[in-house]
Design a protein around this ligand. Structure first.
Ligand code: FES
Length: 173
């Protein structure tokens, strides 16, 4: 039986409940990844308050939630990462040799921010450099909202960023 909880939104609770149904009642930890994904989807980052709420909802120790949240790089723990779209450029060896530095520079110039920052309008978060994302054959590459894009050029980056920015405009406008 899960604990009641007012901090999680109705949608987050619904999503967590749908996953809890798939596991034995004493295995609520199995729904933890899905719970954190649901919070990320709504808030774009995991606040301590929400992680504690998830722990409470799943009857888990808080540390069990913090461990998982801090292990996976797809989860953001910092409020400054709370943007509509997340960009991660791989700067490891294959990508570096194929122009990752220029791609990083191009994105920084285009968005007017440095790596690790979000645009003031909250549209983009430019995540700190990623280690090899296992797409070396398509170097240089990046993830945009966790979707892989390979063989990047500045023009291709422009197309991708402009297209998600206009999608965000339509959704919010
Ligand atoms: S070095 Fe960039 S994907 Fe492997």
């Amino acid at each position: 039986m899960v604990a009641s909880n007012n901090i999680l939104t109705a949608h987050e609770r619904e999503e967590i409940d749908s996953w809890l149904k798939r596991y034995p009642e004493d295995q609520s930890q199995s729904a933890l990844l899905a719970a954190l994904r649901a919070v990320m989807h709504e808030d774009h980052y995991l606040s301590t308050e929400k992680m504690d709420a998830v722990a409470d909802y799943l009857n888990l120790p808080k540390i069990a939630v913090y461990e998982v949240a801090s292990f996976y790089s797809m989860f953001e723990l910092d409020k400054k990462a709370a943007a509509e779209n997340t960009i991660s450029v791989c700067t490891n060896i294959s990508c570096m040799l194929n122009g990752a530095d220029e791609i990083v520079e191009h994105i920084e110039e285009k968005l007017g921010i440095k790596m690790g920052e979000s645009t003031p309008d909250g549209k983009f978060f430019f995540k700190v450099e990623e280690e090899c994302l296992a797409a070396c054959c398509g170097a240089p590459m990046m993830q945009l909202n966790h979707v892989y894009h390979e063989n990047l050029t500045p023009e291709k980056v422009d197309e991708l960023l402009d297209s998600v920015a206009s999608k965000t405009d339509k959704e919010t406008g």
